[in-house]
Design a protein around this ligand. Structure first.
Ligand SMILES: Nc1ncnc2c1ncn2[C@@H]1O[C@H](COP(=O)(O)OP(=O)(O)OP(=O)(O)O)[C@@H](O)[C@H]1O
Length: 210
């Protein structure tokens, strides 16, 4: 598995174009995306996750040109191959913890990782049947990480996954993401402002507003 992003740029409506540094990342490798507020870090993550289409440049994941996929083919490719941890957990309130994870299997049309095992590894075994409305912020964050990992994706994208966590939980979440990435052979990209994360992942790119 290899991720390559070349000569990427994107413009939000009415905004100046943002030009992004190139990325070459192999399975098992981790990369931080750093940059000032508003520089375009989340935009880059959304491009890499196929949620936005680049204005120029290309994104190749495991030999597939992601920037050329559309509609159902893009949704299915994303569901099978890309796990995204968003800034906010975005869990479905009508479903319990386990069902939120199983939804990822449904959309990816893939068996993926066993839900119960994954919850155990994330210290959430006793929450499987809990309503997501009863979770603490840190627990909800871990459930959203579990959901992103449920399909054993080739690429894990995490947007500020530690911004609301204390030092101990920050370290746990980063280790968890790295351990899971190496277990399933995925590449890991983390967008962060958080100086604490740099101690754990030395490889980084910086996004700069033009
Ligand atoms: N939907 C949108 N429409 C117009 N402009 C947008 C939209 N989304 C983001 N932008 C603008 O694009 C730029 C980059 O936004 P982005 O969210 O990628 O930055 P960021 O580096 O992730 O910021 P932060 O660290 O504050 O989360 C900002 O100037 C932002 O205002």
């Amino acid at each position: 598995m290899r991720l390559q992003a070349k000569s990427l740029s994107f413009s939000h409506p009415g905004q100046k174009p943002i030009h992004f540094p190139d990325i070459n990342l192999d399975a098992g490798q981790s990369l931080l995306v750093l940059g000032n507020s508003g520089s375009g870090k989340t935009t880059l993550l959304h491009l890499l996750g196929g949620l936005l289409r680049p204005k120029n440049g290309e994104i190749i994941l495991d030999g597939v040109k992601l920037h050329e996929l559309k509609g159902q083919r893009l949704d299915l490719f994303r569901g099978k191959n890309i796990g995204i941890v968003f800034q906010k957990p975005h869990l479905l309130a009508a479903l319990n913890v386990r069902e939120n994870l199983e939804l990822a299997h449904f959309f990816g049309k893939k068996e993926g990782q066993k839900t119960i095992e994954l919850l155990k590894e994330l210290g959430l075994s006793d929450k499987a049947k809990s309503s997501v409305l009863t979770l603490s912020e840190g627990e909800a964050q871990r459930v959203s990480i579990a959901r992103a990992l449920a399909n054993a994706p080739k690429l894990i994208l995490a947007d500020e996954p530690t911004s609301s966590l204390d030092d101990t939980n920050t370290e746990k979440v980063i280790q968890l993401l790295q351990n899971q990435a190496s277990k399933i052979g995925a590449a890991l990209i983390i967008v962060t402002h958080d100086q604490r994360v740099k101690q754990h992942i030395p490889n980084y790119i910086e996004v700069k507003a033009s």
